[in-house]
Design a protein around this ligand. Structure first.
Ligand code: NDP
Length: 313
């Protein structure tokens, strides 16, 4: 059988299209309400990857005309200090959206933090009120990564209804809400996790395979049905040049990147093996990451529209 070469789904281009729509709506809100939406990004500690994510979100806000503030707390911050800071942001009339960059340092209670957020400002869609509203198909901020995945599939006109979607990973920010979104769009959804037996047997049944695991190149050829659509959510830092060469090829720029920068980003899907079996594949980087940010901007815009319009009434 001839080998397929997967079409790469360009998350960056789709995210640019979404961002232009948002920039347009931000300008309209500025004209009508006199003020741009504003996002507060809370970063606790000094995890380098989290610092990059927050910086990218701040830059993205500026690019669409939104305001943003980075709220930094030291790695030694206590739960009480973080909660007090969140209360102030909840009460600040000038803040429309709050995101707390995860993961938090292990000494802090993530659930308590999520419960403390004002649901109207919860632009990551993690508060139980918003998660419950999503389950009930009520208007709610949808967690950004799953929202971005659905948006990508829809803009590429890839079918969802009737497809067998297999999601590997059941986290509250990716796998679970994605399962709900796909089910609402009439996919048949199977959720897999670390206790799933015979994973490749299940994933090979997928028309649409989503990997949100956090393990570099975990999904191999044996997991993928020929012609499937493969969505790679994983973002892993690979610091070993030999491992990078095995994944991307000896002469790949990725190998030089590891030598020069110290790491390259790798998804949860083996890039070359997937490209040979899948019909559609998201790259890492440039796939789901940019879409996640675009959907965060959209949630912030919607939160601002709801608050500012309520204030006008
Ligand atoms: P979590 O660590 O919260 O969840 C990982 C999931 O993978 C769990 O459900 C776990 O199962 C499952 N898992 C772990 N090992 C296996 C295994 N051997 N076989 C099957 N399932 C397994 O991760 P997140 O959902 O937060 O993130 C997943 C990945 O996506 C990470 O690489 C992260 O960096 C990336 N990410 C990327 C984003 C983007 O914007 N592109 C946004 C968010 C995340 P169990 O529940 O049983 O433990």
């Amino acid at each position: 059988m001839s080998r397929l070469t997967a079409q790469l789904l360009d998350g960056k281009a789709v995210s640019q299209a979404i961002r232009s729509e948002i920039a347009h709506d931000v300008a309209a809100l500025k004209r009508s309400a006199g003020v741009a939406p504003s996002l507060a990004a809370v970063l606790v500690g000094d995890d380098p990857a989290s610092q990059v994510y927050v910086r990218n979100k701040i830059i993205a806000c500026a690019e669409v005309g939104m305001r943003s503030v980075e709220v930094r707390l030291p790695p030694t911050a206590t739960q009480d200090q973080l909660m007090a800071r969140l209360r102030r942001l909840n009460e600040d009339p000038d803040v429309d959206g709050i995101l707390v960059q995860l993961p938090l340092p292990p000494t802090l209670d993530r659930t308590a933090v999520i419960l403390a957020l004002d649901p109207a400002k919860d632009v990551d869609g993690l508060h139980p009120l918003n998660a419950g509203r999503l389950l009930m198909r009520l208007e709610a901020p949808v967690p950004c990564t799953p929202a971005g995945i659905v948006e990508l599939l829809e803009r590429y006109r890839l079918p969802i209804a009737g497809q067998h979607a297999v999601i590997v990973g059941r986290s509250e920010i990716v796998g679970r809400p994605l399962g709900i979104l796909l089910l609402q769009r009439d996919a048949t959804v199977t959720m897999c996790h670390s206790k799933t037996r015979e994973l490749p047997v299940i994933t090979r049944q997928a028309d649409l395979l989503v990997a949100a695991i956090g393990r570099p190149a975990f999904i191999r050829a044996e997991h993928i049905r020929e012609g499937a659509t493969v969505i790679d959510v994983g973002v892993n830092r690979l610091g070993d040049a030999r491992a990078a060469a095995a994944l991307f090829g000896e002469d790949s720029p990725r190998v030089h990147q590891v030598r020069e920068r110290g790491y390259t980003l790798v998804g949860d899907v083996h890039p070359r093996e997937a490209a040979e079996r899948a019909a559609h594949l998201t790259p890492v980087p440039g796939g789901i990451g940019p879409l996640t940010i675009a959907c965060l901007l959209r949630n912030t815009l919607r939160a601002a529209q709801a608050r500012r319009q309520a204030a006008v009434r």
